[in-house]
Design a protein around this ligand. Structure first.
Ligand code: SF4
Length: 456
């Protein structure tokens, strides 16, 4: 069995499963957020009753993160619905925007978009927050009401996005009927060269197979090249498996995984036991390819979908209006650090927005010093508009007052993960997906630029 089949077999209580089998699996964690949470709660109450209790309080994680820093009253109300439900169900893992459990969330536009407006429990973008808060564990099943839930496959677990109806059912029962996906294997060899990042790997892979090339398939990333990839790198890659239509993405377990999981579960007092999976020697794939990491170059996915692959060095004629670094995919500490390496001592020449994925990342950037400056100071000093209000922000457009949203038809290079028409706001805007390094070099040059021009 493959890594995915091993986990699904265990979760269904079977010795063996094969691609195409329909099986009932037990969920280890169900995550929902402010966009899908109210709908999920509605389904749960309709189907299980107004007084029903969730199947396991310890396994439900609620993370408001999408439409938070906006004056849109319906968006603010969604956070209140989550709070009411968390209080009613006595859920220990609700990462509220405010500290008052009986309060109401209201964004104060008068304070501006840059200074933080959240309390001490707020966790930021769900997919970055889940591992930071100790909710990802090898060998487990994570369901989330968000397509990029697949990011947690970096931790050797089966993680996938589900709809509100399925999530309402999981809330009530802890179970879900799944078809075992076929597995596509991408074997990594070698290591990335300077100026090339994990984002370039996954943009390369999606370019190879197309934005629907892995529809309802598991994407297994393994081989000797994995050892050189940090957990942030693996998260970037697993995050974008859905951009090829993948059911899930998954990495093998190693000492880096163990170190991350053990420190995070200990730090947050979450469940510490876990049982990783290893693939069988006899595992079978529907597709196999080898990716030599040494040969990859900075890559861009052009408008209008993540499969439109080109090399950054071939796109220097594309003049840009805007650059954006943020999201679960591209708003991690390591992403901003790579960005800062390039803009340090330089100025961006187009509007450039920076949105860290989580408050912890804001803290990292504001306390990590390079000489007499913090990384945050370097970013701001180069002209990047950095907000402390960690969240999804303009990654998916959002209400018109969302930080960084494209309200006019602009061309933007972005470290985010999705570029379908209208994704970041105006439906005639164009989004070019790239690594944080490529976004930084392009922000400095004002046109799409290969970051190796700026890497010594
Ligand atoms: S940052 Fe973007 S991709 Fe990630 S969860 Fe938020 S909206 Fe989705």
């Amino acid at each position: 069995m493959t890594l995915t089949e091993k986990i699904l077999a265990r979760a269904s209580g079977k010795a063996q499963v094969s691609a195409g089998d329909n099986i009932w699996v037990n969920a280890d964690v169900l995550m929902t957020h402010d966009v899908c949470g109210p709908g999920t709660i509605g389904v749960f109450k309709r189907e299980f009753g107004q007084q029903a209790k969730v199947w396991d309080r310890q396994r439900v994680v609620i993370i408001p993160d999408h439409y938070i820093f906006t004056s849109d009253s319906k968006s603010n109300r969604n956070v209140d619905i989550l709070r009411d439900f968390a209080r009613e169900q006595e859920l220990p893992y609700f990462y509220d925007v405010i500290d008052d459990p009986s309060g109401h969330w209201k964004f104060d536009a008068a304070k501006g978009l840059l200074k933080k407006q959240y309390g001490s429990n707020y966790a930021g973008v769900c997919h970055a927050a889940l591992p930071q808060k100790g909710h990802t564990r090898p060998g487990e099943i994570l369901f989330g009401t968000d397509s990029h839930t697949c990011m947690a496959g970096a931790f050797n677990e089966f993680a996938t996005g589900i709809g509100n109806t399925d999530a309402g059912f999981v809330l009530g029962t802890g179970k879900l009927l799944l078809k075992v996906p076929e597995t596509m294997r991408f074997r990594f060899e070698g290591r990335l060269q300077p100026g090339v990042m994990a984002k370039d790997i996954i943009l390369h892979v999606i370019g190879e197979i197309g934005f629907d090339g892995a529809t309802y398939r598991a994407m297994q990333f393994d081989g000797p090249g994995v050892a050189s990839l940090s957990m942030d790198d693996r998260m970037t890659i697993a995050n974008m498996t859905i951009e090829a239509g993948g059911k899930n993405g998954i990495f093998p377990f190693d000492s880096r995984t163990a170190e991350y999981i053990e420190s995070r579960t200990r730090l947050n007092g979450t469940k510490q036991g876990y049982e990783p999976v290893e693939a069988d020697a006899s595992q079978r794939f529907i597709h196999e390819s080898v990716i030599n990491l040494d040969e990859l170059e900075p890559t861009v996915a052009c408008h209008p979908d993540p499969g439109q692959r080109k090399k950054a060095k071939e796109m220097t004629d594309v003049k840009l209006d805007r650059a954006y670094i943020g999201s679960c995919t591209g708003g991690k500490t390591s992403d901003f650090v790579e960005f800062a390496r390039i803009v340090r001592g330089r100025r961006v020449v187009i509007d450039t927005f920076g949105v860290p994925a989580t408050p912890e990342i804001v803290h990292d950037l504001q306390t990590t010093r390079w000489g007499d400056q913090t990384v945050w100071d370097i970013l701001v000093g180069s002209g990047v508009q950095m907000t402390e209000n960690a969240g999804c922000a303009a990654c998916l457009g959002g209400p018109v007052d969302t930080f960084g949203r494209m309200n006019t038809p602009l061309k933007c290079i972005s470290a985010t993960n999705r570029n379908f028409p209208g994704r970041m706001g105006h439906k005639e805007s164009q989004v070019f997906l790239a690594s944080p390094a490529t976004v930084a070099a392009s922000a400095v040059a004002g046109r799409i630029t290969d970051p190796r021009e700026y890497v010594s």
